[in-house]
Design a protein around this ligand. Sequence first.
Ligand SMILES: Cc1ncc(COP(=O)(O)O)c(C=O)c1O
Length: 386
Amino acid sequence: MVYLDNSATTQPDPEVIRVMSDVMRDIYGNPSSLHGLGGKAERLLKQARETVARILGVSPQSLVFTSGGTEANNTAIKGVAYQHRGRGRHLITTQVEHAAVYEVCRQLEKWGWEVTYLPVDQQGRVRPEDVAAALQEDTVLVSVMHVNNEMGTVQPIPEIGRLLQDYPKVLFHVDAVQSIGKLEVRPREWGVDLMSFSGHKFHGPKGVGCLYVREGVTLSPLLVGGGQEGGFRSGTQNMPGIVGFTKAAVLAEQRRAEAVPRMYRWKQEMIEAVTDRLQDVRINGDTSEKGGAPHILSLSFPGLKSEVIVHALEEKGVAVSSKSACSSKGEEPSRVLKAMGLDDETAVGSIRISTGADNRDEDIQRGIEALTAVIPRLQHVMKGGS
Ligand SMILES: Cc1ncc(COP(=O)(O)O)c(C=O)c1O
């Protein structure tokens, strides 16, 4: 199988699997225990935190390990909303966020908060001036993702961070789950207060993530108990997961300079192939190197159904996605693509192809061959041919 669904999840790196099994076997102590095995685990946890902090250019104390991107987003958004509810109950986000932000905001609305969902342009990008215009006296949080998981457009995070410097009481959260290993991430330089990450998106394990919480930021924790992770996230730390997350982050950063140009080249090759060889195709999002992530390509074929395309490609041995994996079983056209101005018919005929650092040139060629064979056949059938 040619795996081109790396935005949904990635294959864990063999090195990651090795360090995780070493930790499970040899360093099984609880990092909070006082004896030697606990001490070993505690030292390992400290090292992992310092390593991730170095990669992100932040202090080790500002990192909170979580059970993934969803928990990091929930902790950031609900945690800030609840902590600062006395000051204000207004939040700002965008119409193109992942469900792990969008649904949190919807839940907060049900609980009495007010949320502004900012529109995006045709490439799926929010305008910093719209963020500025949406700010109210009672705004406590702005949450904007870095790389969009459905079409790869990169949001203007440093610009938004810069304008929010004039509003020191408004906290800034960024869902950067799709970024590590593909784009540089600099929360401190960008004026970001909270930033979410997830291990399984960069060849690490599932069920482990991390939330950057700038020192000085206060939030009400979702999980209380033993007070681990600086009190932001109670529960005995998932040591194999954290070590695997860290190893994967190190490898992703080491490989980034070599992998990213390759991924942009693949994206360009796929765009050229589909525009030259297929009819009635729309390419979604910003595909430039400056404005789009290297690994995600969103294509629409109006008149076709994404599920049908995904299954037809699978028969040819190629795995892609209909939209974001978390929502791909839903019947509804993608909320995110519709926010960019796609009509229902175009949105339901959309697929996402996403490459990973471990793909090879042959995978892309096989993907292109499968796509250029499958699409004209399906279009012919839809037009009443047999
Ligand atoms: C942009 C974005 N945010 C959050 C998540 C959720 O992360 P996790 O699967 O680790 O909970 C995902 C994963 O699908 C994502 O792509």
